[in-house]
Design a protein around this ligand. Structure first.
Ligand code: ATP
Ligand code: MG
Length: 404
């Protein structure tokens, strides 16, 4: 894509009210735009990143048998009343009435809606298990909408739901999802190679279950949460279930990027969802739900991976593979066409502006590979990684090999 047509242009200054790094950098670099507190447009660059994040999530959901669909965002009061959450979750809900005074809520999650869907479509153990998911907007009346795109009042989530005939079957699937989530976050760049890591973190089950739930927490000073773990342990625990002496633990600030819940039969009992088992008896359905906030993931990556010049994407979620900078006397067109032909996604800075501005934008946007062609490179190409100072002079074929 030619940068001359990319919407919008980058900005020199961050918005005055921006406090967090992700807010400042993502707005300056043209990834997101704020409509009002907690409400964001994903601009072309930002939508590219979130789409890549969603694709990785989708691949791993499909790999564990998840079936993608799409559910409505406008929900009737009656269904939310069945579990009592119409009142209990009042604080986070955006409620509204239509002209006939009928009451609705904008989706803040989908458990009740999925359970209603399942109720209408199953009767026997033969119809189970079920694993369904979707990507959609969630609306939450967040009072603390100040951490940039980390905490929106409207944000994108992938939510998966599973239904089972027994606790054993639910817990077996729960462990599968837990593994799939770890794989997703490693693929998204949170791993020992980058040094930006996450920890699977035990949290309490709340009112739903006597079991634990698990949060996926990326270590970051920008986080609102604090997690604790013992030296040799992989899993951490969160503040609510911390027991004993804090001094016995390592601790760190962290950002929650995912959360999985073995909800048990709490929903089935309240919504009266039973199936006929092999023994002919009616039994309540076992239920689990599993969320990842894909817009929060984008913001989290920026919080952990940036420098004073801008964002530093990893290649899995970068909006483009390569940023091609054309300077006076350089012949970029052939490079652009050949790279594109070999399947490399190129942002080509074809603008007629000073070199310094191009380099500044390139560092701000943060695509992992920078290529420069100019009079000085004499038919060759300067190759530089965003996270390194080293520059190599290569032929086009060498560049293509290196990118593979
Ligand atoms: P938090 O504790 O941060 O308020 P939560 O526990 O309420 O989040 P869940 O209901 O578990 O969040 O939602 C699943 C995922 O959705 C979270 O792990 C997070 O990645 C994302 N998420 C939740 N709330 C927001 C928000 N306001 N803005 C952006 N992403 C969010
Ligand atoms: Mg949570």
């Amino acid at each position: 894509m030619k940068q001359s047509i990319l919407f919008p242009k980058t900005r020199k200054e961050a918005p005055k009210d921006a406090e967090s790094v992700n807010h400042k950098l993502l707005v300056r670099a043209g990834f997101i735009d704020q409509l009002m507190a907690g409400s964001w447009t994903l601009l072309p660059l930002g939508w590219r990143v979130v789409s890549k994040i969603n694709n990785i999530i989708k691949e791993e959901m499909d790999a564990i048998g998840g079936q993608e669909m799409l559910m409505p965002l406008l929900h009737p009061k009656e269904i939310w009343n069945e579990t009592g959450r119409w009142d209990k979750a009042d604080e986070v809900m955006y409620k509204l009435k239509d002209k006939r005074k009928k009451e609705f809520v904008l989706s803040f999650t989908h458990e009740e809606i999925v359970m209603d869907l399942i109720r209408k479509n199953i009767t026997s153990y033969k119809d189970l298990p079920i694993s369904i998911y979707h990507f959609s907007t969630k609306f939450r009346n967040e009072l603390r909408a100040k951490s940039g795109i980390l905490r929106g009042r409207e944000f994108m989530m992938k939510d998966l739901y599973s239904a089972h005939t027994s606790e054993e079957d639910l817990m077996e699937y729960y462990e599968k999802v837990k593994k799939a989530y770890s794989k997703i976050f490693r693929r998204l760049g949170f791993n020992s190679e980058t040094g930006y890591v996450f920890k699977v973190t035990k949290a309490s089950g709340g009112v739903f279950t006597d079991k634990y739930t698990h949060e996926f927490q990326v270590l970051s000073e920008a986080g609102e949460d604090t997690i604790y773990w013992k030296n040799d342990e992989d899993e951490a625990i969160n503040e609510e279930i911390l027991e004993g002496n804090k001094d016995d633990y390592k601790m760190a600030k962290s950002i929650e990027v995912g959360n999985i819940f073995p909800l048990g039969t709490w929903y089935a009992e309240r919504m009266k969802i039973y199936f006929t088992d092999e023994d002919g008896k009616k039994k309540p359905l076992w239920f689990g739900s599993y969320g990842i906030g894909s817009t929060r993931v984008m913001g989290t990556w920026v919080e952990v991976s940036h420098d004073e010049k801008g964002i530093i994407w990893n290649k899995e979620i970068s909006p483009f593979d390569v940023h091609l900078i054309e300077l006076t006397g350089g012949k970029a067109k052939e490079v652009y066409e050949k790279l594109t032909y070999t399947g490399v996604d190129v942002l080509w800075d074809d603008r007629n502006i000073p070199a310094g501005e191009k380099f500044a934008d390139c560092d701000l946007i943060g695509i992992p590979v920078r290529l420069v062609v100019s009079e000085k490179t004499k038919g060759k190409i300067e190759f530089k990684m965003r996270n390194s100072k080293d520059i190599e002079l290569l032929s086009l074929d060498e560049v293509i090999n290196k990118l593979k």
